[in-house]
Design a protein around this ligand. Structure first.
Ligand code: DAH
Length: 353
């Protein structure tokens, strides 16, 4: 076999390997095997010097032709494989441009926050200040300073979540801890009366917690707005007028208020306040349980004992206080039949407001 024959055999073998390569990296391997530093064709190029003179021209010519054939075939195959591979990548990462897009939902304030702000606006307009409070409260401020000592039966109605510090090895129950999640915003009254001198005109919105099972009109965690006024010459008439003003601004001019005698430990006398039903306008319907009225407020004149805890002279000052449930007000205003609907996060419901 002459060198020329060998070169022709090498050519046939190289071209077959190139055609047989199924991917770019396999093709690259073929290129290295033939044309690389120690490739089969390279070896012939290197040994040209030892080819007998009379054969050199023919061998040289053949070598060049073989090299051109191999390089040309490599280039064509490379382009073909790369095109194939690009197609495959595009098919794998394909995006169906006919699918409808996923729109970003823009958030808004929740109905409860909005109603809370509306309540604040009404009282700010009357010259009240809005004060913050603590959700974790001591027994003293949540009960004791509100004329509700440890053995008072009114505590039982607000049986609550007591907390222990981390060093405690078990959850506290009533009597074992004097720190709790507040059951009412009324404790803010005690804080404010300790730190401010009359005249006091404040409201205090915020979350409260009770060990209640959720039902259409109760939630274990809800929001209240507390109100407190302490000044000279404040009467029950001022309380009534204030609640009426609030009702008409929150629910509309046509709404009426009604006060019923009630009991709260920290006010004397105490009352509950009802608002005329917005659905039946007082006729009586399912929403108001046939009475024409819906309960909204707890209120009363600040008990002199509460002034006593805070060091305010009950002979000089008098005052009133009230509390209202924000979720109930939201439901009353928009005729939502179940408080729990406010917490479900169902966008179809929330988007209506
Ligand atoms: N804290 C009471 C409750 O959660 C509501 C209340 C009643 C607040 C009378 C008051 C008040 O300020 O005077 O049921």
């Amino acid at each position: 076999m002459t060198i020329v024959d060998e070169l022709q055999a090498l050519r046939a073998q190289a071209l077959a390997s190139i055609e047989g390569a199924s991917a770019s990296d396999a093709l690259e391997q073929v290129r290295v095997n033939v044309l690389g530093k120690s490739g089969s064709l390279t070896a012939y190029l290197r040994s040209m010097g030892s080819v007998p003179k009379e054969q050199r021209a023919e061998v040289g010519k053949t070598l060049n032709l073989v090299r051109q054939a191999v390089e040309g075939t490599l280039d064509r195959k490379k382009a073909a494989l790369e095109a194939e591979e690009l197609e495959a990548r595009m098919a794998a990462g394909a995006v169906d441009i006919t699918l409808p897009g996923r729109a970003q939902q823009v958030g808004t304030r929740h109905l409860i926050s909005r109603i809370q702000d509306e309540i604040s606006e009404i009282f700010l307009g009357l010259g009240y200040n809005v004060v913050p409070g603590n959700e974790i409260e001591t027994d003293y401020y949540n009960f004791e300073a509100l004329n509700t000592p440890a053995d008072h039966p009114a505590r039982g109605m607000q049986d609550t979540f007591y907390v222990v510090d981390r060093s405690g090895d078990k959850a506290a129950v009533r009597g074992e801890s004097d720190v709790l999640l507040r059951t009412q915003t009324s404790g803010v009254q005690a804080h404010v009366m300790e730190s401010q001198k009359p005249p006091i005109y404040i409201i205090a919105p915020g979350k409260v917690y009770r060990r209640d099972v959720a039902d259409p009109s109760h939630l274990p965690q809800f929001n209240q707005v507390e109100g407190l006024v302490v000044d000279e010459g404040i009467t029950f008439g001022d309380l009534k007028g204030t609640l009426e003003y609030f009702t008409q601004h929150m629910f509309g001019e046509d709404r009426r208020t009604r006060l019923r005698p009630h009991y709260f430990p920290f006010t004397e006398p105490s009352c509950e306040g009802d608002v005329s039903c917005g659905i039946c306008h007082g006729e009586g319907c399912r929403f108001c349980k046939g009475t024409g009225w819906v309960e909204v407020f707890g209120a009363g004149m600040v008990d002199p004992n509460v002034f006593g805890y805070a060091g305010i002279d009950p002979e000089k000052y008098s005052g009133f206080a009230f509390g209202m449930g924000v979720e109930r007000i939201a439901c009353l205003k928009y005729n939502v039949p179940d408080l729990r609907m406010l917490l479900t996060g169902d966008m179809r419901f929330l988007r209506q407001y």
